[in-house]
Design a protein around this ligand. Structure first.
Ligand code: ZN
Ligand code: ZN
Length: 358
């Protein structure tokens, strides 16, 4: 399996003899195991998947590259036995994916293990492998993106004065499930009227009214992969200012997409949209980063933001989502998912970016 081979090389490079993988997305990425409980121990020559009785059979089916170990009431006891068999003296834990309580219990357990082992901390080892997507991952992402695209078309007739934001969110989620999504990628955002100025205005009780801008930000999960789509529409009549803000955000997004390609640091892509919006007078109104990676998690690396120094690589999948938010007035955000390529990018979302006045 290519992922495990890449991990082996990474462990070698970083001088990590054994990695305890407890992050759910990392566990799924490396093993294929979709159950919600369990952890992996990966050394340069061995792989163990430790899980409890509910998941042992499923793990055997889904993770053939791993030796499946059933854990009892004390989840760390079986790990001690696997570590002894692996013959390692150091075990690195994923510091971002172990609670303080779990780490403390693990430290206590280590004292009773048959082999003396030192615990160390690692950061982002598997996340780094996940930054660039394989062909099969892009295929699944495309399915998740396509469901969101179709959900946008589906929801347009529902966007009428008097309809509650919550009901729009429910209809979006129901449609996506019916189209094959495992669920919504995150709590659906339907932010209308003045609430559209909230970058993360989760759907509430407000009813749509004439003249509203409505920000819809939603996504589907397919095979563990997430889509993330934002569109802003208006209920007529619209004001010239609403149209102007929409045009500025749309142009900012186009400029960013034009600059998105392998070799460019994320901050440069961010700057293309940000400097344009600043010149348009919206310096204070674009209050978040331009985009984020999307995959097994809806927010993952790489980041497109002012601090992102690392050059982007072909095969990365990122959102591009400039927004302008004006308190008391409303907001506009447009978000698409794009695949980074050597000479540019391919926008994967297909939903129209025209300013729709309903
Ligand atoms: Zn989004
Ligand atoms: Zn996003």
């Amino acid at each position: 399996m290519r992922r495990l081979e890449r991990l082996r090389l990474a462990l070698e490079q970083e001088n990590i003899p054994a990695l305890l993988v407890t992050g759910p997305a990392n566990r799924l990425y490396l093993s294929g195991f979709t159950g919600e409980s369990g952890y992996l121990l990966v050394t340069r020559s061995g792989r163990w998947l430790l899980t409890d009785g509910r998941f042992v059979e499923q793990a055997r089916e889904e993770a053939p590259a791993f030796e499946i170990v059933r854990v009892g009431r004390d989840p760390w006891k079986a790990l001690g036995e696997a570590v002894a068999r692996a013959g390692v003296d150091e075990v690195y834990v994923e510091e971002e994916h172990l609670t303080v309580a779990a780490y403390r219990r693990l430290k206590e357990a280590v004292g009773a293990w048959p082999r003396r082992v030192v615990l160390k901390r690692a950061r982002g080892v598997v996340e780094k492998l996940r930054l660039t997507k394989e062909g099969a991952e892009i295929e699944v992402l495309r399915q998740a993106i396509s469901i969101a695209d179709r959900a946008f078309d589906h929801i347009l007739p529902y966007l009428r004065p008097g309809v509650r934001e919550r009901d729009i969110a429910l209809e979006l989620e129901y449609f996506m499930r019916r189209e094959g999504a495992g669920g919504a990628a995150f709590p659906t955002i339907v932010a209308s009227g003045p609430r559209s100025a909230l970058p993360h205005g989760v759907a509430g009780e407000r009813r749509l009214a004439p003249g509203d801008l409505v920000v819809l930000d939603f996504g589907a999960v397919c095979g563990g992969y997430h889509s993330d789509l934002t569109r802003t529409v208006a209920l007529g009549p619209v004001t010239p200012e609403q149209r102007r803000v929409y045009d500025k955000v749309r142009t900012a997004q186009s400029l960013a997409l034009e600059g998105l390609r392998a070799g460019v640091p994320g901050r440069e892509v961010d700057a293309r949209a940000r400097s344009y919006l600043e010149e348009a007078g919206f310096k204070e109104n674009f209050s978040h980063g331009l985009g984020h990676g999307v995959g097994l998690e809806v927010h993952e690396g790489p980041s497109l933001s002012p601090g992102a120094e690392e050059p982007l690589e072909a095969g990365m999948v990122v959102t591009v989502e400039p927004g302008v938010y004006i308190a008391g007035w409303g907001g506009v955000r447009i978000e698409d998912v794009a695949l980074v390529a050597p000479e540019g990018c391919r926008v994967l979302s297909q939903a129209t970016r025209e300013f729709l006045v309903l």
